[in-house]
Design a protein around this ligand. Structure first.
Ligand SMILES: NC(=O)c1ccc[n+]([C@@H]2O[C@H](COP(=O)([O-])OP(=O)(O)OC[C@H]3O[C@@H](n4cnc5c(N)ncnc54)[C@H](OP(=O)(O)O)[C@@H]3O)[C@@H](O)[C@H]2O)c1
Length: 250
C-alpha cells in the first residue's frame, strides 16, 4: 500500500483537519481537497510535506474539480484507496423554509448533494480500476430526525445516506465499500465565531445535551475511530450502512 492515498474533502473543516492529522500520524498519504480556507492545515503541510498533496476546488464545479483532482493524482503518482467526504454547508440563515432564502437552499443542494455526485463520479473510476476502494460520506443524525430551520441541509444529508445505500449495490462487484457516518452534535472549534454566535451555540448545546443519554457531544475521536475501521482493510463486508454516532440519542 506504499503509493496509496486517502482523499479527504473539506480538509480544512473541523472534522476534515482532525482526520488529516490522525491519518498523517499513522503514516498515510493524503490528497486534501480544500476550498477557500486552509488555516487549519498550515501546520500539517509544514510537518508532513511528503505525505500531503493539496487540491483546491469548489466541489460544486464538476469540470474544475475533475481537472484539479485528476492532475494532482497524476503528479503525485499516488493511487486513491479511500475517500472521506466531509464537505458541507448549512442553513446559515436559520429560517423556517417559508422564510428562507431560496438561493441559499439551492446552494446547499448544489454543494452538499451535487458536489457529492461530482466527487464520486471523479473518484470511483480510480477505485474500479484497482478493484478496491473505501468510501465514507458524512450524513448527520438529522437524516432520521429532521432539522427545524434547516430543511435544505437535512434533505441533503438524507440524500447522501441513500446514495451510499445505492452505490453499495452498484459498486459491490468492483470491491468498493461505501458507508455513511451520521453524527449528532460534535464539539467543534468555535474560536472563529463571533461572541454572540458563541453564546447562541452554548445555549443551544446546553439544551441538546439534555437529550443525549451519554450527556455530551461527540468528540472528533469518537467519529475518527468508526471512520478508521470502516475504511481499513479489516472491513470487507460492511457496506451501504448508516452509522449514527449520537451518544444514544435516537
Ligand atoms: N459539526 C457538527 O456538529 C456536525 C454534526 C453532524 C454532522 N456533521 C457533518 O460532518 C461533516 C464535517 O463537519 P464539520 O463540522 O467538519 O464541517 P465544517 O467545519 O463546516 O467544514 C466544512 C468544509 O467544507 C468545505 N466547503 C464548503 N463549501 C465547499 C465547496 N463549495 N467546495 C469545496 N469545499 C467546500 C469548507 O471549506 P471552506 O471553509 O474553505 O469553504 C470546510 O472545509 C459535515 O458533512 C457535516 O454535515 C457535522
Amino acid at each position: 500500500m506504499k503509493n496509496k492515498a486517502i482523499i479527504i474533502t473539506g480538509a480544512n473543516g473541523n472534522v476534515g483537519s482532525y482526520f488529516a492529522l490522525k491519518f498523517l500520524k499513522l503514516g498515510e498519504k493524503l490528497i486534501l481537497l480544500i476550498h477557500k480556507n486552509q488555516h487549519r492545515l498550515q501546520y500539517l503541510i509544514k510537518e508532513y510535506p511528503d505525505q500531503i498533496a493539496l487540491v483546491k476546488a469548489d466541489i460544486s464545479n464538476y469540470t474544475t474539480l475533475g481537472k484539479n483532482l485528476n492532475s494532482t493524482i497524476k503528479t503525485s503518482n499516488w493511487i486513491p484507496k479511500a475517500l472521506v467526504h466531509t464537505v458541507s454547508i448549512r442553513n446559515s440563515d436559520f429560517q423556517p423554509l417559508v422564510k428562507s432564502d431560496i438561493n441559499l437552499c439551492k446552494k446547499i443542494i448544489d454543494v452538499n448533494l451535487n458536489g457529492t455526485f461530482n466527487i464520486l463520479k471523479i473518484v470511483i473510476p480510480y477505485f474500479k480500476k484497482e478493484k478496491y476502494g473505501k468510501i465514507i460520506l458524512f450524513g448527520s443524525n438529522v437524516t432520521r430526525i429532521g432539522l427545524p430551520r434547516g430543511s435544505a441541509y437535512a434533505a441533503s444529508k438524507a440524500a447522501l445516506a441513500n446514495i451510499s445505500r445505492s452505490l453499495a449495490y452498484e459498486e459491490a462487484a468492483s470491491n468498493i465499500i461505501i458507508n455513511t457516518i451520521s453524527p449528532g452534535p460534535i464539539r467543534i472549534d468555535e474560536s472563529h465565531f463571533s461572541e454572540s454566535y458563541r453564546e447562541f451555540r452554548e445555549k443551544y448545546y446546553k439544551e441538546k445535551i439534555k437529550e443525549i443519554p451519554l450527556k455530551r457531544c461527540a468528540s472528533f475521536e469518537d467519529i475518527f475511530g468508526v471512520c478508521k475501521f470502516l475504511i481499513s482493510e479489516e472491513n470487507s463486508y460492511i457496506t451501504g450502512e448508516e452509522f449514527f454516532i449520537t451518544g444514544g440519542k435516537l
